[in-house]
Design a protein around this ligand. Structure first.
Ligand code: NAI
Ligand code: MG
Length: 334
């Protein structure tokens, strides 16, 4: 029986790179059916709201969603739909893996780092946002709960174990942020004891940034709070050739949303030149989540081969292939 997943094609370059990915999923007989719903600017135009109820219902009903990037209109009153979705479905774990691909002009080879970012708490809790009447003082509340910390840390260690990874680094700033980062670090030390098979170390976030640039091969899994994870995962994307190469999975207890780390790229939308790699890599994460590792591996193999050979790759990878050409090159190898 085919499994239905929700598909949000998204704004800007979204539809072109999501459609490319669906062709690839169909080619490997992934056994999926698609329920298309709208969010973002497209939904605003068609339904008068950025996140229609039918979209929310579809995400809840089918459990697994593949999502293109969404444009957040600039201006008062618009909050990011991505942040809204992560909160609404308690997608507490954001998995952002980066891997080196031969054939890119990245600074390093053999990078394989998984950032596990807490996705609902910390500085992005959205709570206590205040600006004083005289406009002189701004406040925001950072919240770390023991349960939230435990959930993300267990998730990181379990993922490390399942993927055969050797080391988990908890990234923090507990020397200054005694309460919030302090609770996160204390919980990390406790949870680590239950995983004697995995090496555990802790590192202060500013040093981590320097270490990632100077000596990235020391890292395997990084687990950290929301704000640090946001910044560190972009740094990691920079180690392997940029945003076009970075997927992200947002995972909760009942629901998961797979997407690219990048946005809708309005500067290149409609030109058929976007690199579909990050959404294809997100689909590979999704297939593994759906327990279809064989199809996931086949796609990764074909994609790796296309990028290594430079055959019809897109501009950001140093070629002059279009999105369609690149996709065709992957399909031919499959
Ligand atoms: P962006 O990530 O869309 O683009 C940054 C730069 O990277 C641009 O020069 C773009 O052309 C390039 N780029 C991005 N993806 C690419 C790809 N697949 N192939 C080749 N080049 C690529 O960031 P920007 O311009 O700051 O944001 C545009 C819109 O996207 C905003 O409305 C923002 O809110 C939204 N956004 C949505 C996200 C999501 O839905 N998860 C994440 C980040 C931003
Ligand atoms: Mg970010």
């Amino acid at each position: 029986m085919k499994q239905t997943i929700t598909v949000i094609r998204g704004d800007g370059i979204g539809p072109s790179i999501v459609d490319a990915t669906l062709k690839i999923l169909d080619k490997v007989n992934a056994g999926l059916e698609y329920r298309f719903v709208d969010a973002g600017l497209v939904a605003m135009e068609r339904h008068g709201e950025l996140l229609p109820a039918t979209t929310v219902d579809a995400i809840a009903q089918h459990g697994v969603t593949l999502k293109g990037p969404l444009t957040t209109p600039v201006g008062e009153g618009f909050t990011s739909i991505n942040v809204a979705l992560r909160k609404k479905f308690s997608l507490y774990a954001n998995l952002r893996p980066v891997k080196s691909f031969a054939g890119t002009q990245a600074r390093y080879e053999d990078i394989d780092i998984l950032t596990v970012r807490e996705n609902t708490e910390g500085m992005y809790s959205g709570l206590g946002q205040e600006l004083s009447d005289d406009g002189e003082t701004a406040k925001a509340t950072s919240i770390i709960t023991r349960t939230g910390a435990r959930n993300i840390l267990e998730f990181a260690f379990e993922t490390a174990r399942r993927e055969g990874r050797k080391k988990v680094t908890a990234v923090h700033k507990a020397n200054i942020l005694k309460s919030t980062s302090g609770l996160f670090l204390k919980t990390a030390r406790e949870i680590a004891k239950a995983y004697p098979d995995i090496e555990f170390n802790e590192m202060i976030v500013d040093n981590t940034c320097m270490q990632l640039v100077m000596n990235p091969h020391q890292f395997d899994v990084i687990v950290t709070t929301n704000l640090f994870g946001d910044i560190i995962s972009d740094l990691c994307a920079g180690l392997v050739g940029g945003l076009g190469m970075a997927p992200g999975a947002n995972i909760g207890k009942d629901c998961a949303i797979f997407e690219a780390v990048h946005g809708s790229a309005p500067d290149i939308a409609g030109q058929n030149i976007a690199n579909p790699t990050s959404v294809i890599l997100a689909a590979i994460q999704m297939l593994n989540y759906l327990n279809k590792p064989e199809q996931a591996a086949r796609i990764l193999h074909a994609l790796t081969d296309v990028i290594a050979s430079g055959d019809r790759v897109t501009r950001d990878l140093g070629g002059n292939g279009s999105t369609t050409d690149f996709t065709q090159a992957v399909l031919e190898r499959l």
